[in-house]
Ligand binder design. Structure first.
Ligand SMILES: CC(C)=CCC[C@@H](C)[C@H]1CC[C@@]2(C)C3=C(CC[C@]12C)[C@@]1(C)CC[C@H](O)C(C)(C)[C@@H]1CC3
Length: 724
């Protein structure tokens, strides 16, 4: 039973929610009246997303008698029901981080706009249901220990959303917050939101002055060279800190001021707390160098900053923010900077402006409903990524020729074709050429990602060249595929230590030594782009697949593949593993590396790198045949097991071993048995634990993975051992 139900918290009627999806993949929940709902049937995927009892599952099969192929088919049957047949996407709640909802609620509070009741009720439920079962606090992400950041921010949210201070949930959370030293211990972004909400003072927040944007681009410290997310967040945050934006102090805020600190608000000397961070929160402590820079910049801001410079740099920041808004049609790169940009727009244009209202509407695209309530997602979805995998894995599992899945593949393929970028960013945005690339979520969001481009490209080529889909061949021209190759090749790093690798959104633009200036305290590796093995692996498989069918830039592609493979081999650890940054963790990276090797013909028998990678994976198999890596691996950079074997982890390990043609069948049989045992007779696999991670410390759920990777593993197995 959910905690919110135990407490008797209000709940909306989940039969009245509808998910509206458009052709470009935007996902918006709407709450209908009962009369309207009668005329408007809830889609099958919405029913499943809310775990409503009237979701129609596939007919059960006799599991004991079924082959791996049949298990894959049944899994695909279930997963296909989760697709929106019109747009082709697989909507899901992309959740985990516990510091995003403050962006929406905080912005609305600043603007004095009440949150619609059904949304307010479900946001509350979600936060309450995520409270730590022992101490009632919250962490950076859903499965984290309680931290000052998570607890302070989510406590404030509960209060802004209408929970009274003497409610048991607030009481427990307050106790934990006080035990953690109160809200002064919140890290930089926490302090920033509290300052925006007039619950803290900007003088106690370390500066990120917009003046940085006035420096010559040649300097490695220029923000235009930072990682896109960090650049985007600090652009808007820099503006807000510079103008010391804070909302009107209301009686409610006055009360909250009295609840989140250990001492009286007016007696706190906020200047003294710039560097106060609760020990439990701290993942990446400041370097001495950063502390020094912060002191100098604080002194500058307080005593030396001429007002004309302040005005000029704020204007410069706002100009860049407007470009970000234009390039992403108000979505911004992700909900963190979206909310900061919304507050900047509120300050500049006013609450009744067209621009600010676009943001208010835009938030509907990142709010997502689930059985536990509503939350702001990590991005506006995972549309492209999931579609690219679904197509590829249906093909790999031999399901593409099966007419039963024709329409699923067709719709996902058409979505990918629609999603390729065909316009450039406005000049002066510090952005690369994007025409030909693909994003992680939607075309509107506007940011190319290397591996998303490669995976989408591969999926499209599969469909385009399949006899079963000849009628769809012209949905996308070969010229557009060539454009994708141009983008992909332009993203390969050719600097010294990262030679041959791929980063996420851009080439690495400045030295990773910039990490010494990372001010975020709770995340690692955020300052500049970084070479990622998974992004490199996906890029390899996109490039190799392209050369199977096309001759465009062939020798350059071959060179790119060679140096990328060399990079992967050099990045392999002594024990045969790789540290994965976007999934958990060594298992995820091992699978991707073995897949990349397999595309250039390297496997267990002919490659010592592949052999060592397999031996590493096999050494981690558990007695029940499954694999089980914990989020702790990502934090600690060493393999840590979770309590029980996990479906997605097991599928990842099996995919790697099968693609590497690992010779000992008993190992693989045991894993396959585990996957089959965990599947329901109707084809479903259930959620175990978050599968993804970012910046080393924050877990995030990829809800489609529990279908996609088992289908792939079972399909590969069927091909190899069942002659399918
Ligand atoms: C530190 C900040 C700004 C936090 C906001 C969250 C974003 C940074 C996260 C949320 C989702 C996220 C993990 C994502 C990625 C980057 C960072 C994101 C956008 C990428 C695109 C990186 C490349 C990866 O291979 C993959 C495609 C899986 C992910 C997808 C989600």
């Amino acid at each position: 039973m959910l905690y919110s139900d135990e407490l008797g918290l209000p709940k909306t009627n989940h039969a009245l929610w509808r998910l509206r999806v458009d052709n470009l993949g935007s996902e918006k929940w709407e709450y209908l009246t009962e009369e309207a709902a009668e005329l408007d049937e809830q889609s099958s995927y919405a029913k499943h997303l809310l775990r409503n009892p009237d979701f129609q599952e596939p007919e059960p099969i006799k599991k004991e008698e079924s082959s791996a192929y049949e298990a894959a088919v049944q899994g695909a049957r279930f997963f296909s029901l989760l697709q929106d047949p019109k747009s082709g996407i697989f909507p899901c709640q992309y959740k985990g981080p516990m510091f995003l909802t403050v962006g929406y609620v905080g912005t609305m509070y600043c603007a004095g706009i009440p949150i619609p009741d059904p949304v307010r009720i479900e946001l509350l439920r979600y936060i309450v249901n995520c409270a730590h079962p022992v101490d009632g606090g919250w962490g950076l992400h859903e499965v984290d220990k309680s931290t000052a950041f998570g607890t302070a921010i989510n406590y404030v949210l509960l209060r802004l959303l209408g929970l009274p201070a003497d409610h048991i949930v607030c009481q427990r959370a307050r106790k934990t917050l006080h035990r953690l030293g109160g809200a002064v211990g919140a890290p930089h972004w926490g302090k920033s939101w509290l300052s925006i909400l007039n619950l803290y003072k900007w003088e106690g927040v370390n500066p990120v002055p917009p003046e940085l944007w006035l420096l010559p681009y040649a300097l490695p410290i220029h923000p235009g060279k930072w990682w896109v997310h960090t650049r985007a967040v600090f652009l808007a945050l820099g503006y807000l800190a510079s103008v010391q934006y804070s909302c009107t102090l209301t009686p409610l805020l006055q009360e909250i001021r009295g609840e989140i600190y250990l001492q009286d608000f007016d007696s706190i000397d906020f200047c003294q707390h710039r560097n106060t961070v609760c020990n439990v929160d701290l993942y990446y402590p400041h370097t001495k160098f950063l502390d020094l820079a912060n002191s100098v910049l604080t002194f500058y801001g307080k005593y030396l900053r001429p007002s004309f410079v302040a005005k000029y740099s704020n204007q410069r920041a706002y100009d860049l923010i407007k470009k970000e808004i234009q390039n992403t049609d108000y979505l911004c790169i992700a909900p963190v900077n979206m909310a900061f940009c919304a507050v900047v727009t509120l300050a500049e244009e006013g609450r009744d402006s067209y621009e600010f209202n676009r943001f208010v509407q835009g938030f509907n695209e990142v709010l997502f409903m689930g059985p536990n309530g509503m939350t702001v997602m990590g991005t506006n979805g995972a549309q492209t990524w999931d579609c690219a995998f679904a197509i590829q894995y249906y093909f790999i599992a031999g399901l593409a020729e099966n007419p039963e899945f024709h329409s699923t593949i067709e719709a996902a393929y058409k979505f990918l074709c629609r999603t390729q970028f065909d316009t450039e960013c406005v000049p002066g945005s510090y952005r690369d050429s994007r025409v030909g690339g693909w994003p992680f979520s939607t075309k509107t969001q506007g940011y190319t990602v290397s591996d998303c481009t490669a995976e989408a490209l591969k999926a499209i080529i599969m469909v385009k060249n399949s006899a079963a889909f000849q009628d769809l061949k012209n949905e996308i021209s070969d010229k557009r595929l060539a454009k994708a190759i141009d983008v992909l090749l332009s993203l390969q790093n050719t600097g010294s230590f990262e030679y041959g690798s791929f980063a996420t959104y851009e080439k690495i633009r400045a030295t990773t030594a910039m990490e010494k200036l990372n001010p975020a305290e709770v995340f690692g590796n955020i300052m500049v782009e970084f070479p990622y093995v998974e992004c490199t692996d996906s890029s390899i498989l996109g490039l190799t697949y392209f050369t199977k069918y096309y001759t465009y830039r062939k020798s350059e592609i071959e060179h790119a593949i060679n140096i990328a493979i060399r990079y992967i081999k050099n990045a392999q650890r002594e024990d045969g593993s790789w540290y994965g940054c976007w999934g958990i963790c060594f298992t995820y990276a091992g699978m991707f590396a073995l897949e990349a090797f397999s595309t250039v013909g390297e496997n267990y028998l002919n490659s010592s790198n592949a052999k060592r990678a397999c031996d590493f994976l096999v050494s981690k198999q558990r007695a029940d045949g499954g694999w089980s890596e914990s989020m702790k691996s990502s934090e600690l950079h060493t393999y840590v097991e979770a309590e029980k074997s996990l479906v997605v982890q097991t599928a990842w390990a099996l995919v790697g071993l099968l693609l590497a043609e690992y010779p000992d069948r008993t190992v693989i049989d045991k894993g396959i048995k585990f996957l089959k045992d965990k599947q329901s007779a109707t084809g479903e696999w259930f959620f175990d634990a978050p599968e993804g991670v970012f910046n080393h410390s924050c877990a995030i759920e990829y809800a489609s993975y529990k279908f996609l990777f088992p289908i792939k593993a079972l399909g590969l197995y069927a091909k190899r051992y069942e002659n399918k």
